[in-house]
Structure formats: C-alpha cells, structure tokens
Design a protein around this ligand. Structure first.
Ligand code: ZN
Length: 439
C-alpha cells in the first residue's frame, strides 16, 4: 500500500486515538501490519487501536468511533461498526410525500446483534452473510434494543474483516416453544402466553411518524419482551398464540419480534402461576441461552471480585467513580454505596452477579453505615471488601435478576437475593444413604 493510500487510515487512527500516539509510530505500525503481517487495512487498524487504546474502555471515545455492537448504548451520534449482515430486506417507504427505498435488517458481531436501517441510497447491494463497515452511523435505543442508522452523513463499505458470530442454533422450522426456552436466532417460532403489559409509542423515523407496540408476555416457564411494528390489538391480561415470530437477542436477552408474517390469535388461558414470571434455571442453561429476564439461580459464591465493597458514585449519573472524578461529569462530590461483584457457581457453570446495596446489606449483614465506620477507623475501604469476602465465600445463595451477556460471559443484575441455608442434617443423611448404598 502506497503512502497516499494510507492517509485515510492514518487519519482515522489519529481521530480514534485522540492524538495519544504520534504519526510516525502509527505509520510504522500500519506498515508492519499491512506489509509484514499482510492483514487487511481494517484488521490493521483494529490491531493498532487495541494496542494503543486504553484497555478496558476499549477504543471508544466521545468523538467517534469503532465500536462493537455489544458496546453500543443507543446514543452514539457518530460511530463506526464493522459487522456481518444476518438478515436484510429492501423496503419502500413514503417520506415527505415521496417514495423512497430503504435497506434494513440485522447486523451481528461477536458481541451481539442489532437492527440496522440505511436511509439513503448508497448504491450498494447489501448481501446477507457479508461483512460491512457502517461508517458515521448513529444509534437509537428502542425498546432496549439498539438500532443502527445510516443517514446522509453515513456510508457503508464492504469489509474484508472476518467476523465470527457466536454459535447459535438457527432453526427455520415452525416450532412451538416455551418462553423460558427461547433462544437467539430462532425463527418461525410459535409461543403462547399471557400479555402482561402493552405499550404504544409514537416515534419519528426520519420525519415519518411510526407506532411501535411492545410489552412483556409470560407463560409458566418465563417472561419475554415482545415488540411489533404492526398493531395486533394486544390487550393486557389476554392470552394469545403468536405464530411465526422470531427471536433476536440484545446483550444475550432473547426478545420476541412480531414481524410482518406474524399471526396472532386469542386462546383460552390455562396458566396459573405466571404473575411472578421468574424462571428457575441452572447456570449452564443460562450460559447456553445467553440471558433472560427475571431468572432465578442457586449456587455457591466462589469469588468476590475487585470493585466489591465500599464504592463511590457520581451523584449525577450514578456511575462508580475513582478519585472523585466522573468520566461524564468531571469533578464531583461522590456519594458512598455498597456493591458486590460475585462469581456464583452451581456445578453446571459460573456466572457473574452484580449485587446492589440493599441485597448486599441483607446477604452480608454489613450496612452502609457500618462499612463507612469501618473504612474510617482503618483509614481505607479495603477492610470492607475483606469482611464481605469472609462472610460470602462458599455461601449458598439464590439470586434473581435479569441476565445479560457480553464478551466476559453472562452477568446477572441481582434484584433479589437470599441465603440458601443448607440443611446439614438432611444433607448428611443423604450422603450417608449414598455411601451405604455404594457399599
Ligand atoms: Zn457522572
């Protein structure tokens, strides 16, 4: 690659790395990647950004830039996404009285999937299964689902980057499924459940008013969020059979999509206990699905990770802060809080669990006041985490909450927690029986 061909890549790197790396170094790195490693320009840029970007936050900055789907927040104004097209359709819409063609579908990378819409004619024939760089895109959050948009400032380019989508079962057969068993990638699925809530929202899509219908539905195996662009006249409390829906996940949480081919019929409600909507699962099951709403698991605490104990939060945005400095709000007077980051194992797998103050106080018996007192007496907060570890390690807990997945695996945001008291006598009796049975 000649020098002038390097210029746009160099400019992009400078933009992403915000001048943290000098031009000479970037040119040298580009040269090594392109000419010695013989990788594509995209791969070279990613490699360089990974190397020089600031680790944990990745290479995401306020200005721009390349993000993984799983890292999108739905508020990006100018972001680049390199992903594979999983599903694509060309549609005609009427915008400001004129007919126009748009391209929409589903994009995926290793971290998740998101819907996309290209609002301007790019002259590009977007192919299913191919990878593209979506440049200068903007994102929206609709129904907790990320939508990637290419407007008149954006562009779409074919990319030679290899993108490995997570292995998912992809079924094209019409199949009846329980809500608790729904998985990413399922198509033509039939579910029967009670509508728990209905929300109608009018949104503006590029100057065109659109109505979206969404809510929660549940059967006796679990709860799922549904969404539809068409009005199926769903009513709270009624039980419906939905045919030909498809499942897409957001951060591992399966969501039921009622597309154009969907059929809805009313059926007799035979469900009893679904108000609670909690699904009991093993961690192994949840790992294979990727996530879920109101999942309950029981396991043993095997680790209390860094970031547990007494923490400080920004009073504006509630983000945890270090050194009284919020990434979004600068210097702040932080408020103290308690949190635990646990690793819970049930023998079928392990899951990360984020435990809020309320549940932390209940499980550990250490209140925020007590923690503050302890920290003050010792001159630092370390002791709080250590005391919590003493109480929590190897404790059996039942935790309930929503589970999401990212590159580090599944994580539960714990809403409800309790200690599972093991009945030692009964356990010992069972063990004895087992031993005697083996003799
Ligand atoms: Zn803040």
């Amino acid at each position: 690659m000649k020098d002038e061909e390097l210029t746009p890549h160099l400019e992009e790197l400078k933009r992403v790395l915000e001048g943290k790396v000098d031009e000479e170094t970037l040119l040298r790195e580009l040269d090594v990647y392109l000419n010695s490693y013989k990788v594509s320009a995209e791969a070279a840029k990613r490699g360089i950004i990974r190397k020089y970007g600031d680790g944990e936050t990745g290479f995401v900055t306020a200005e721009s830039i390349i993000k993984k789907i799983g890292d999108l927040k739905g508020t990006e104004q100018n972001v680049d996404i390199i992903a594979k097209v999983i599903y694509v359709e060309n549609r005609e819409i009427t915008a400001r009285g004129a007919k126009k063609s748009i391209v929409s579908g589903i994009l995926g990378d290793e971290t998740g999937t998101a819907s996309f819409t290209i609002w301007e004619d790019t002259g590009l024939d977007v192919q299913k299964g191919a990878a593209y760089a979506f440049r200068s895109a903007y994102t929206k959050l609709w129904n907790e689902r990320i939508q990637i948009n290419i407007g008149n400032r954006g562009r779409v380019e074919p990319s030679d980057m290899r993108i490995d989508l997570p292995e998912r079962t992809y079924s094209m057969d019409t199949s009846e499924a329980k809500i608790g068993d729904l998985k990413e990638g399922m198509g033509n699925v039939t579910v029967t459940g009670r509508i728990l809530s209905v929300e109608t929202r009018n949104i503006n899509v590029k100057g065109e008013p659109k109505t979206v219908y969404s809510g929660m539905m549940a059967d006796d195996s679990g709860k799922v969020q549904y969404s539809a662009w068409n009005d199926f006249s769903l009513r709270q409390g009624e039980t419906v059979c939905i045919k030909n829906a498809y499942i897409r996940s957001w951060k591992g949480i399966p969501q039921l999509n009622l597309g154009d081919r969907c059929e809805v019929s009313r059926v007799d409600d035979t469900f009893e206990n679904i108000e609670d909507g909690t699904t009991r699962k093993t961690i192994g099951e949840i790992v294979s699905i990727g996530g879920g709403l109101d999942v309950e698991i029981t396991g043993t605490v095997v680790d209390l990770r860094q970031g547990s104990g007494l923490i400080k939060r920004c009073p504006e945005c509630n983000r945890s802060v270090l050194n009284e400095e919020c990434a979004a709000h600068g210097k702040v007077v932080p408020v103290p809080d308690l949190r635990m980051k646990l690793t819970v194992d049930d023998g079928t797998g392990a899951i990360s669990a984020i435990v809020n103050r309320d549940c932390t106080e209940r499980l550990t018996g250490i209140t925020l006041d007590a923690a503050l007192g302890l920290a003050k007496a010792r001159g630092d907060g370390e002791m709080v985490a250590r005391s919590m570890a003493e109480v929590m390690m190897m404790k059996r807990v039942s935790i309930t909450g929503n589970v999401m997945s990212d590159e580090y695996g599944p994580m539960m945001i714990v809403r409800r927690a309790r200690e599972e008291r093991v009945d030692i006598e009964a356990e010992a009796g069972k063990l004895l029986d087992a031993v005697e049975g083996a003799l």
